[in-house]
Design a protein around this ligand. Structure first.
Ligand code: CA
Length: 709
């Protein structure tokens, strides 16, 4: 055997080994040396989402075309940013179905479905998953029923699965209110992931699990528990002094549902925490008080979970200003001094720059319209609040609204341009305290403490009356602390997708409302390329190189507004220069006819069914039995209304668990399922007759990719 053949044989052997996602600690720390790969959620540990690849550039991007596409099994919103490792694309889709594709051809190598369980499904905001981690031959994912699973990257078979909130934690009823939607991060042989559920009243945490076995290594509670039971550590004892009332009964909130960054430079793990529960500070506490460590960025030691520093963006939050928006580390020259910093464009509308080692606030400036604070005091780090914005006496038309000036959609930073690319929103929402005579929130429902859906006369609103969301791409200079360029606001109130920046001076972003994936000049913002994805785009694209060819991959799929369970054409799209593949035209879609059986049940049964429906079903299927704007089935037109046994097979026996509809047998008795069906029959008949629905409290933002914790 001559040396050339030997080398060829070795190369084949190595590529065979590598195809099992052999991601090691060394490869992750040195990810920038393998620019053709995309081995971790944010591209590298810095989470800058900056690809060093530049074969596709601002000069030739107009030749970018579709190389291949692959359809998904799921029909819901796709938020999952893919990974690319050694010839394979891995992507988590809605309701935790993971696909592995040959990155050159699009051939599906395997598909994994964890079959999520029903009792935890009623506490989530959209069956989404934002991403996965790769580690030592495994793909690791958090699930909607709060498990952490490891999948063999070669076979797609489950390697291990653990419940991240076991009964042994003693959380009682809270146990089943957690879900996981964030991408786990992996470093030093540990997987870091947090539980979602802040809107439902849980106690926030982030925990580390052994990446080989799933065994818990440590857990950091973000808020103190019941003082009578003692505190887990002295930091939580201190934090308890920043609460009043009986916060532990509703958990306190502070959920870690998106941003986490492991920083090899400081050897710290940073994460953001969500709102305190319930939203309204006055519904939570006897006085407005800081509520540590909610709405904060926290740094801990990755090996032990030991607290190192925190910075609270919003003391005593009353606006759902989770501090969980994606963060990144960068090296910036500030005032002539090189600084290693942590950057976050936050939901609350401010762009924060913190010293990464110490957590000191270096700057905080509004990157979008903000009317709850006039600025942030750099000495104290506290926001300077606008009087009235806490809606104590009168409603306040909040900007950014609870949708956020920017939410979970990943940002990018280009060291070449020095700009941070933010999928930014101008968002408005009317905040109003609960009406004097309003009943307390139903058990198991949203824990918000505000009056949702109250109609407030526009002329009574302060400081003005605006509603909705307008998305646009903004390029932010973190040194000059200003917007350098921005696109026009998207039509249709279109939200944005996540962002990818490349060394080819390009920024890729999708526009959820407009069904387009676009490329912009990273320096000027000029739109250079666009592609009709035939569906909404929410997830952040990635770029990779295979056999000397650069590709851009985007996971697309989202409900069109008003699309009553219309197919979303959710897919993986992969682009390269000269690509000529063509997406099929979506077939015309006719919604099922509204043709219910007659409503014969008693008013009591229907009312009882409505109450149960509101508690267990409305999160996915919509208020009043009608989901107008997402891709979940519209239950007023389902044939299941005609047969209780068929209805029970789905609701109580879980025959559609593999489609994301797990059994609700632990929540609903057989007579409850009868009442829910009778409620839906009554609702369908009322809709057919044109009877207006009774206003029930609605969740604000499950539609159009806003879904969060
Ligand atoms: Ca929240």
């Amino acid at each position: 055997m001559n040396n050339r053949i030997l080398a060829l044989g070795l190369g084949l052997l190595l590529s065979a080994v590598a195809s099992a996602a052999n991601v090691t600690a060394d490869r992750l720390v040195n990810a920038a040396k393998e620019p053709g790969q995309w081995m971790t959620y944010g591209g590298t540990y810095s989470e800058q989402r900056f690809s060093l690849l530049k074969k596709i550039d601002a000069g030739n991007v107009e030749q970018l075309g579709l190389k291949w596409f692959a359809d998904y099994e799921t029909n819901q919103n796709q938020h999952g940013s893919p990974l690319y490792v050694d010839g394979v694309i891995y992507v988590s889709t809605a309701r935790n179905v993971v696909h592995a594709f040959n990155a050159k051809t699009g051939k599906q190598l395997w598909k994994y479905n964890p079959v999520i369980q029903g009792e935890r499904l009623r506490y989530n905001l959209g069956l989404v998953n934002r991403g996965i981690a790769a580690w030592n031959g495994k793909i690791i994912m958090g699930t909607l029923d709060a498990r952490l699973v490891a999948i063999d990257a070669k076979t797609g078979k489950e390697a291990w699965s653990v419940d991240t909130v076991p009964a042994s934690l003693g959380l009682g009823e809270m146990t089943n209110k957690y879900s996981i939607t964030m991408a786990p991060r992996v470093a030093k042989g540990k997987v870091f992931v947090g539980g979602s559920g802040g809107e439902f009243g849980v106690r926030g945490w982030i925990a580390a699990f052994d990446a080989e076995t799933g065994k818990q290594v440590w857990r950091f509670w973000t808020v103190p528990g019941d003082p009578a039971k003692g505190f887990e550590n002295p930091k939580l004892e201190q934090a308890a002094k920043t609460w009043s009332g009986e916060w532990w009964k509703s958990g306190g909130g502070g959920t870690v549902w998106d941003a986490a960054v492991y920083d090899p430079v400081t050897d710290l793990l940073y994460f953001g925490t969500g709102n305190a529960t319930p939203w309204n500070a006055r519904a939570r506490d006897t006085k407005v008080i800081d509520n540590l460590y909610t709405a904060s960025i926290v740094a801990v030691r990755p090996d032990t979970g030991e607290y190192v520093w925190h910075y609270q963006e919003v003391p005593g939050d009353s606006w759902d200003y989770d501090a969980v928006s994606p963060m990144m580390t960068a090296d910036l020259t500030l005032g002539g001094e090189k600084k290693h910093v942590l950057l976050q464009p936050s939901k609350n509308g401010f762009f924060y720059v913190l010293d990464a080692a110490k957590g000191t606030l270096l700057s905080a400036d509004p990157f979008t319209e903000v009317n709850w604070a006039t600025g942030v005091d750099l000495k104290t780090g506290r926001p300077i609040e606008v009087p009235g914005s806490r809606y104590e006496a009168e409603p306040w038309n909040l900007a950014p609204g609870v949708q956020g000036g920017h939410s979970w959609h990943p940002n990018a930073f280009s060291p070449a341009t020095g700009l941070v690319y933010i999928p930014a929103w101008e968002a408005y929402f009317t905040m109003a305290g609960p009406a004097a005579n309003s009943p307390p929130p139903a058990a198991g429902g949203f824990s918000l403490g505000i009056s949702m859906g109250t109609r407030v006369d526009a002329d009574k609103l302060k400081p003005y009356a605006r509603q909705g969301v307008r998305g646009r791409l903004k390029a932010w200079d973190p040194i000059a602390r200003k917007v350098v360029w921005e696109t026009e606001a998207f039509a249709n109130g279109g939200p944005t997708s996540g962002v990818l920046a490349t060394a080819g001076n390009l920024v890729f972003m999708g526009n959820g409302g407009g069904k387009a994936l676009s490329a912009y000049d990273a320096r000027s913002g000029a739109k250079l390329w666009g592609f009709d994805a035939k569906t909404a785009v929410f997830a952040a694209p990635i770029s990779y190189e295979l056999d000397g060819v650069q590709y851009v991959a985007a996971s697309v799929g989202g409900a069109a507004q008003g699309g009553y369970f219309a197919p979303t054409h959710a897919r993986m799209l992969v682009f390269g220069l000269g690509g000529k593949s063509v997406l099929p035209e979506p077939a015309p879609y006719t919604p099922p006819a509204l043709n219910p059986p007659p409503s014969t049940a008693s008013a009591e049964v229907i009312a009882h069914g409505g109450e149960l429906y509101g508690r267990s079903c409305s999160v996915c299927h919509g208020v009043n039995g009608l989901q107008a704007r997402t891709s979940f089935p519209n239950l007023t037109v389902t044939p299941l209304l005609y047969a209780q046994d068929a209805f029970d097979a789905v609701v109580l026996r879980g025959v559609r668990a593999d489609k994301g509809m797990g059994s609700f047998a632990k929540d609903l008795k057989p007579e409850d399922a009868v009442a829910v069906r009778e409620y839906l029959i009554a609702r369908a008949n009322a809709l057919k007759a044109g009877t207006p629905a009774v206003a029930l409290p609605a969740a604000p933002r499950r539609e159009t990719g806003h879904a969060e914790d």
